[in-house]
Design a protein around this ligand. Structure first.
Ligand code: TRP
Length: 335
């Protein structure tokens, strides 16, 4: 285990899909032994838009179980639930009071989501990036794996950390400025129904994504119906064929073959040959994850013990940072 700390959280909304897995989770898992990792379930972020109380807890457990199913190793990785550690909410309040309102109003994701919410935009939605900054800064994270859409939030986190340190902790900085951990090239997974759009859990078309927990018949159906083209043969990197590039990339990533191998294997193929191959490869690649997920979900006691351990480790670090922040702001911190 290295001495650099990596932290990331995933919201418990909807299912994780191949884009999340190939674009993010698989990379974290592959590199996990080089770092000390904290992976959380962002259930406080989940209520910034209308949510379903009846499924919140189950959805939260499901993400934690999927983390385990995807191969997170508990020797170097702690898995925790954001709402279990009250320091997240508390630091958010402290940071709120040093966050200029216009920084939040200018956030791209806020503006996009606010349009969708219409009249019902909550203060929490506006404050979402400050909660995310608290998540990161509490752990003194060195690296945060983020996708393109979260880069602006990480920038804000760095700006807030610098502002706090500058205003209140000049002699001894309280917060470390985190760096983004950019994902490996070639792992950008696009929608199955439009090769120019990212695979996304907010896409209303269920057929646009393959979820990690999709049963084999659903996978077969989605691949059967996915968008293709009328060119001859299959190839990477033809900008007129975004779907072809995406499906070959999926095949490459899921089969573990190199780009050169896939290029040679598929050059002469027709879609009717390639689709069953991709279907079988996808089903086989997801099977171990699905088996492990079921085993974890069937053993609630185990999952709870993992989350308890994760919480203990996370809480100790988070509470220490919170105390330092409070002391810097001038609070009398009870001993
Ligand atoms: N906002 C992130 C997303 O939707 C989730 C998130 C919450 C996060 N807190 C975080 C990611 C801290 C990285 C670090 O993807």
């Amino acid at each position: 285990m290295g001495n650099q700390r990596v932290l990331s959280l995933v919201q418990p909304t909807g299912n994780l899909h191949l884009g999340n897995y190939l674009g993010a989770i698989r990379n974290w898992v592959e590199g996990q032994n080089q770092y000390e990792n904290f992976f959380g379930v962002a259930d406080l972020h989940a209520i910034t838009v209308p949510h379903n109380p009846a499924t919140l807890a189950a959805d939260t457990y499901a993400i934690a179980a999927l983390y385990l199913a995807c191969g997170m190793n508990l020797e170097c990785t702690s898995i925790f639930v954001q709402s279990h550690i009250s320091a997240h909410s508390e630091l958010t309040w402290l940071l709120n009071c040093i966050t200029p309102l216009n920084w939040l109003e200018d956030m791209i994701q806020f503006k996009e989501k606010a349009v969708k919410q219409g009249e019902n935009v909550s203060t929490g939605l506006l404050d979402y990036p400050v909660l995310m900054a608290a998540d990161i800064l509490l752990y003194q994270a060195d690296k945060v794996p983020v996708g393109e859409d979260q880069k602006q939030h990480l920038e804000l986190t760095r700006d807030l950390a610098a502002r706090f340190n500058h205003q209140f902790a000049r002699k001894q900085p309280v917060f470390k400025l985190p760096e983004p951990l950019i994902r490996a090239e070639g792992a950008r997974v696009m929608s199955l129904t439009d090769g120019t759009k990212k695979m996304s859990k907010s896409d209303p078309a269920e057929g646009s994504r393959i979820n990690l927990l999709d049963p084999p018949d659903a996978i077969a159906k989605k691949i059967k119906r996915c968008k293709t083209d009328l060119f001859e043969g299959l190839e990477f990197d033809n900008s007129e064929r975004p779907e072809c590039h995406n499906l070959l990339t999926l095949y490459m990533l899921l089969s573990g073959k190199t780009k050169a191998e896939v290029t040679a294997e598929c050059a002469q193929m027709r879609w009717s040959q390639f689709k069953p191959l991709l279907t079988e490869t996808t089903i086989n690649a997801l099977k171990p994850i699905q088996d492990k997920y079921r085993a974890v979900m069937d053993d609630k006691g185990y999952l709870e013990s993992v989350l308890r351990q994760g919480r203990e480790k996370a809480q100790a670090i988070a509470d220490r940072t919170l105390s330092q922040a409070k002391a810097a702001l001038g609070y009398s911190v009870p001993l």
